[in-house]
Design a protein around this ligand. Structure first.
Ligand SMILES: C[S@@+](CC[C@H](N)C(=O)[O-])C[C@H]1O[C@@H](n2cnc3c(N)ncnc32)[C@H](O)[C@@H]1O
Length: 211
């Protein structure tokens, strides 16, 4: 019995919510009705604040790893996979042959050439700066992130999620048909910059004429 059945919600009929237009479940971002105790307005963003010592490989920070796993759905493409395997159904890509991956493509080439099933979630965790790429990731970097985001649309399912990590919260944005549903700010203490992790849900099947 789910939460809607337990509270005998009048808008939950035949296993379907008929009043989900305005609200999402703050725990998982799924549409729900206002009677769900975790309901938040769709215009709100689920916010989490974490303290984690900075690590070379992002998901060596266990609380952030867990947060990302929580927001993943279905088949996940981890496009800059690095070292740490996630507890989700993931396809792992990294350009560096020494990383723990299933594919070793440049991220743009991977997306442009992917012929398999579309993905339900994509994780974008590239080197955050040119300097970090040089110092930490064997000079491997991702130029032209907007071009990659455009191309990504063709390998995403309709309600797919994109989880972006970095120093900004731009993400896929509304122009590509996405809505921001959750954000996690990670404080690393000392003089390290915070990491921003953003979850966006595809709500429109935008067909920009994309490169
Ligand atoms: C911030 S780390 C990601 C770490 C990973 N999330 C983890 O926790 O282990 C960035 C990764 O992107 C990879 N990378 C850099 N440029 C790339 C590119 N153009 N295509 C694919 N992978 C790239 C690096 O080799 C590095 O492993």
């Amino acid at each position: 019995m789910n939460g809607c059945e337990i509270i005998k919600c009048p808008y939950y009929r035949d296993n379907i919510c008929i009043n989900e237009a305005e609200y999402i479940d703050g725990n998982d971002g799924e549409p729900c009705c206002p009677f769900n105790p975790n309901a938040i307005l769709k215009t709100e963003i689920n916010f989490t604040y974490l303290m984690q010592p900075s690590k070379r490989y992002t998901f060596e920070q266990p609380k952030l790893k867990q947060w990302v796993e929580l927001w993943c759905r279905g088949k996940v493409l981890n496009l800059f996979a690095g070292k740490v395997r996630l507890n989700v159904d993931e396809a792992r890509n990294d350009i560096d042959l020494s990383m723990n991956a299933d594919y070793y493509w440049d991220a743009f080439q991977f997306v442009a050439n992917w012929k398999g099933k579309k993905f339900d979630t994509v994780i974008l965790d590239p080197p955050y700066t040119y300097r970090k790429a040089k110092e930490l990731y064997n000079n491997h970097l991702m130029g032209q992130l907007p071009r990659l985001k455009n191309k990504l649309l063709s390998i995403l399912n309709d309600k797919a999620r994109v989880i972006s990590l970095g120093y900004d919260s731009v993400g896929m944005s509304t122009k590509r048909g996405f809505k921001k549903i959750a954000i996690c700010l990670v404080c690393h203490s000392g003089d390290s910059k915070d990491t921003i992790a953003l979850v966006e849900q595809r709500i429109k099947n935008t067909t920009l004429n994309l490169l």
